[in-house]
Design a protein around this ligand. Structure first.
Ligand code: HEM
Length: 509
């Protein structure tokens, strides 16, 4: 009896495997994108790219594949990675013809049994237009500059903590990982601007309420499960899963809790913070902005703004410290500028070398390491060489790939060289302008087109202020000239292990 059952089971399993393999082979042979080259396994199953994200090799793998196969590479049975910068404005156009793919569904939260989309995750242009309208005005530069003094407050606190813990008295010359402190700072800034309350990352000198650790987990989850989004239904969005994953819904609960506290006690707002602004959006647009939407706005703001800015800041610090010539050129520009500290954005953003350093950091180390996936619309996508990508195919560009385009940035794409953003001595104005225009057009670190980053003005304000303040006020040196950092490649590409010693600069006030 048992052996009969066993043989039945074996036959059923073998049949299942044969059916699965036949299905894979059939879709391989009949795929409308079968002429797009790529690794054999990638053409058969999305598990191939899931594995490369799991191993953290997706960025290098995609780069190497583009070197081998050209500007279009098949990285999944229905997914093509594009590295041609001239297609950025097509795939990420301002009309939103190429809608976001199901990858983004993974970041939807579930609140009271309901799926909550956000302006980041939605696949619908109508939803996006509708829900962005009530909040767009809060993210424009004029509005951000009105709250610059709150950034000052947290930046001042970062400097004080660094001085107390690593510079003054017994702590003089103490070695520390500046990446950790930048990370704590960006989380405190975002919590202060969002909830009028620093969550106390700098004060504690570590994570608070597991926010940073949870976001890292979410970025790993998003990077992996996003490659096979149906898995999300069986994992994070599975109500009967016997164990709890720290999901996007967990972050949503924290934001919901803060929102209800505020509704009960409006005096908790010490300034016109983002929670107040989002609650006002609910008053202004009562027909469609409800509590769940305020939570979605809050989540996006908090989860999208802290890690991303910390990543660029840390990449900038590391690369600058590894490049003594660029480092001393920046310090000398700051010394001459004699800015007050914390540095005001208006003055810092006028400094040409600082601007070049920031542009180069954004180029060499974009915060996001995945392709930004979109769905090819009914009209299809035509490549530069005339090949066509069929409607319904998932396509996308990885900011890391285009930022290393030799055609656009020159041969030394792997070198941190801020000078590439400045006019060379022998270069005429016209050719400089057209070179910079080309470099700007190939930038994808903040996304592009209709779904580009809304928080870019705020991120830029922070980048200018923090870099000018730290490098103007302190002397910073790496533990050793060849100190290597660590880089954790998830959906975000997190640097760590930037071991430095700091001193007050002779003229830093
Ligand atoms: C250096 C810092 C930052 C980087 C590199 C960055 C990058 C990005 C990218 C690449 C996207 C588009 C993603 C896609 O197409 O899939 C995006 C979207 C978004 N980001 Fe940022 N971001 C940064 C900072 C911020 C900040 C500080 C905020 C909030 C204050 C923010 C809010 C948003 C929002 C709301 C969206 C969704 C926009 C939409 O779909 O309409 N970001 N960001």
């Amino acid at each position: 009896m048992t052996s009969h059952l066993l043989s039945l089971l074996l036959t059923a399993t073998s049949l299942g495997i044969i059916l699965l393999l036949s299905r894979l082979l059939w879709s391989y042979l009949t795929s409308p994108i079968r002429d797009i080259p790529g690794p054999f396994l990638a053409k058969l199953t999305d598990l191939w790219r899931l594995y490369s994200h799991w191993a953290g090799t997706h960025i290098e793998t995609q780069r190497k594949l583009h070197e081998k196969y050209g500007s279009a590479v098949r990285i999944g049975p229905n997914c093509v990675s594009i590295s041609d910068p001239s297609l950025i404005t097509t795939i990420y156009d301002t009309r939103g013809d190429f809608v976001k793919s199901d990858l983004y569904r993974v970041t939807d939260a579930v609140q009271d049994g309901q799926t909550v989309e956000s302006v980041f995750s939605t696949r619908s242009n109508d939803f996006h237009s509708k829900y962005i309208k009530p909040i767009h005005k809060f993210y424009v530069m004029n509005s951000i500059l009105k709250i610059e003094h709150f950034v000052d407050r947290t930046l001042e606190s970062l400097c004080e903590h660094i001085e107390e813990r690593f510079i003054e008295r017994l702590n003089t010359g103490k070695l520390f990982d500046i990446a950790d402190w930048i990370h704590l700072y960006t989380w405190d800034v975002m919590s202060e601007l969002t909830f009028s309350k620093k969550m106390g990352f700098l004060e504690t000198g570590g994570d608070v309420e597991d926010a940073i650790a949870t976001n890292k987990f979410l970025m790993r989850y998003f990077a992996l499960v996003g490659q096979v989004p149906t898995l999300d239904k069986w994992l994070a969005k599975n109500p009967i899963l016997p164990f709890k994953l720290p999901t996007f819904s967990g972050a949503a609960s924290l934001c919901a809790q803060r929102m209800f506290e505020r509704v009960q006690n409006p005096a908790l707002a010490t300034h016109d913070d983002f929670l107040n602004r989002f609650l006002q959006a609910k008053v202004d647009y009562p027909d469609f902005v409800g509590d769940n939407d305020v939570v979605a706005y809050l989540m996006l703001h908090l989860l999208g703004g802290a890690d991303t800015t910390a990543i660029i800041l840390n990449a900038l610090i590391y690369h600058l410290l590894r490049n003594p010539a660029a480092h001393s050129r920046l310090v000398s520009e700051l010394t001459t500028a004699r800015l007050p500290y914390p540095a005001p954005y208006a003055a810092a953003s006028r400094l040409p070398y600082l601007t070049a350093v920031i542009s180069e950091a954004i180029r060499i180390h974009p915060s996001i390491g995945n392709i930004l996936e979109r769905v090819v619309p009914p009209a299809g996508l035509e490549l530069r060489d005339g090949r066509k990508i069929a409607p319904g195919t998932l396509v996308g560009v990885n900011a890391w790939t285009v930022a290393r385009s030799k055609e656009v940035y020159g041969k030394d794409v792997d070198t941190f060289r801020p000078e590439r953003w400045l006019q060379a001595e022998e270069e005429g104005v016209e050719s400089y302008d057209s070179r910079v225009k080309g470099m700007r057009q190939a930038e994808l670190a903040f996304g592009a087109g209709r779904r580009a980053c809304m928080g870019k003005p705020f991120a830029m304000v922070e980048l200018y202020k923090v870099v000018a303040t730290l490098f103007g006020r302190f002397e910073i040196e790496l533990e050793g000239p060849k100190t290597e950092w660590r880089v954790l490649k998830l959906f975000f590409v997190f640097p760590s292990g930037i071991m430095v010693r700091m001193r007050r600069a002779a003229n830093g006030t």
